[in-house]
Design a protein around this ligand. Structure first.
Ligand SMILES: NC(=O)c1ccc[n+]([C@@H]2O[C@H](COP(=O)([O-])OP(=O)(O)OC[C@H]3O[C@@H](n4cnc5c(N)ncnc54)[C@H](OP(=O)(O)O)[C@@H]3O)[C@@H](O)[C@H]2O)c1
Length: 307
């Protein structure tokens, strides 16, 4: 790719995509909104790296970012991704997650650029798991509804775009506290001890593997929709236990709770595990299993578990 625009390069997934593309010698423009300092710096990148401010609620800002990059491809990770924030401000969630994605899709069409849109497992209602791309999506909260609406805009406006429904992501985030594994490790290290659901099931995936797959998907033009998750289906509680084991921390400190025990706003879908066969037959390096990926993660930052 001669030039790639990564929206949300200051975010968890976007920072990893930006870094990987830069290390592989692509010309990359990354966007940030409130946290310029979280866009990664990449030593010895062969091609030009730029970072620009983007406000997804401002059409002129979206156009300016696009023109700064003049991209051959766009990886759209930026979003209002917090469930509660979307529920509290549904109109804002719609502007940021749906209208801005449609604006980007129209620009991709005008410029002939490929679009990878980061969607979510939260488009499903959770009434049963192992969902494939053929299953009907029926989101139960505003975040899921806006992401599904954005997928539909992308499919309506572009022929060679891909919406990627991503499962629960863990690993190292630019803020140090964004990811599912960081929350567990922090809870075990400094408290309060994690309280994790036994009745919420997901297909967790390491952020490095998400970035790898997204970059590989840039050259898969004929895949309109694909599920991206790890091969292990586990409850949130079991995920926490596996994280604790990988870091040599005390798994007994994790409290097992049920979703009904907490006053969740919004209510969460129960089983969001994904059938990822389509992904596995279309990318050369699909995500690794939980234990192998956690072992690598813990080996990279073992000090996190100390204390
Ligand atoms: N993390 C997960 O487990 C997960 C799972 C499934 C799907 N996804 C999807 O994957 C994508 C990336 O998720 P993430 O976890 O990396 O999100 P994140 O860490 O919350 O990052 C969000 C990014 O969007 C930017 N942003 C927020 N509001 C913006 C606005 N109004 N204008 C422009 N930029 C704005 C943020 O910029 P600043 O920080 O600079 O303000 C940040 O770079 C999202 O689309 C999310 O729906 C994530």
């Amino acid at each position: 790719m001669s030039s790639v625009l990564v929206t949300g390069a200051s975010g968890f997934i976007g920072a990893h995509v930006f870094g990987l593309l830069a290390r592989e010698g692509h010309e990359v423009t990354g966007t940030w909104h409130g946290h310029e300092d979280r866009v990664p710096t990449v030593e010895g990148a062969a091609a030009e790296l730029r970072s620009v401010r983007l406000d997804l609620e401002d059409d002129a800002s979206i156009e300016a970012a696009f023109r700064a990059a003049w991209p051959e491809a766009v990886v759209h990770t930026a979003a209002l991704s917090e469930l509660k924030a979307c529920e509290v401000e549904p109109e804002r969630a719609r502007r940021v997650n749906v209208e801005a994605t449609a604006k980007l899709a129209r620009l991709c069409q005008a410029f002939g650029a490929r679009l990878l849109f980061c969607s979510t497992d939260q488009v499903f209602d959770g009434s049963r798991g192992d969902r494939s791309e053929e299953d009907e999506a029926k989101p139960i909260h505003t975040y899921g509804q806006t992401k599904l609406a954005a997928e539909r805009e992308v499919a309506r406006l572009l022929t060679h775009a891909t919406s990627v429904r991503i499962a629960l992501v863990y690993g190292e985030s630019p803020s140090g506290d964004r990811s599912a594994s960081e929350k567990v490790v922090r809870g075990l290290r400094v408290g309060p001890p994690p309280r994790l659901f036994t009745d919420e099931r997901r297909s967790p995936v390491l952020v490095d593997d998400v970035a790898r797959v997204l970059v590989d998907l840039l050259s898969e033009r004929d895949l309109p929709l694909v599920h991206l998750g790890g091969p292990d289906a586990v409850s949130r509680w079991e995920f926490g236990v596996r994280v604790a084991r990988a870091y040599g921390a005390d798994e007994g400190a994790i409290e097992a709770v049920r979703m009904a025990d907490l006053d969740l706003m919004p209510a969460r879908p129960a089983d969001l595990t994904l059938d990822t066969r389509r992904l596995r037959t279309n990318v050369p390096r699909p995500p690794r299993g939980l234990d192998a990926a956690l072992a690598e993660l813990a080996a990279r930052a073992p000090e996190v578990a100390a204390g």
